[in-house]
Structure formats: structure tokens, C-alpha cells
Design a protein around this ligand. Structure first.
Ligand code: ZN
Length: 87
């Protein structure tokens, strides 16, 4: 079962804070979701709600409420960024 941090400050449509079992670390994922305006301005996008951009970063604390999140991993922090707005 995936552990997820919920707090009132997180906009759950555009962000997610979960514990990644493979990397053994808490990861914050922020997404830009396509709107009608985005579809009009970018012909590569097909549907409202599609993810345009997504970035995932490891975190030790919730950046919104400050709660400390226990990581079992001491890997150097890195991030993953996906840009789905073109190909
Ligand atoms: Zn929080």
C-alpha cells in the first residue's frame, strides 16, 4: 500500500506527496494539468486534464505544513522532470 501525506495545504489535483517504495523516499510531485485554453494554444495536447508538465523531487519535510517525513534513503537529492507539451 502506498503511503501518502495529506494536509489541507496540498492541492491534490496538481500535487501529490507519497512515499516511493522503490527509492525508499518521500517524493513531491507537481503537475501542470491541461485546460481548455492550453488545448487551444498547443495542438499537441488532446484532452483537458492531460498532464502537460510533471516534476518529482525527494523531500524530507512537507513544504506546506512542515511535517517531518521519515526517509530511509540517504541518496543525493535529484529530481525528475517530464515535459509532455511537445514531442
Ligand atoms: Zn503537509
Amino acid at each position: 500500500m502506498t503511503k501518502q501525506h495529506f494536509c489541507s495545504a496540498i492541492d491534490n489535483e496538481n500535487s501529490l506527496l507519497i512515499f516511493d517504495e522503490d527509492d525508499q523516499q518521500w517524493q513531491l510531485t507537481l503537475m501542470k494539468i491541461a485546460t481548455d485554453d492550453d488545448l487551444e494554444n498547443n495542438h499537441h495536447l488532446e484532452n483537458v486534464g492531460d498532464i502537460i508538465e510533471q516534476i518529482t523531487i525527494p523531500v524530507n519535510f512537507c513544504p506546506y505544513c512542515g511535517k517531518e517525513l521519515l526517509n530511509n534513503n540517504s541518496k543525493i537529492a535529484s529530481y525528475v522532470c517530464h515535459d509532455f507539451s511537445h514531442w
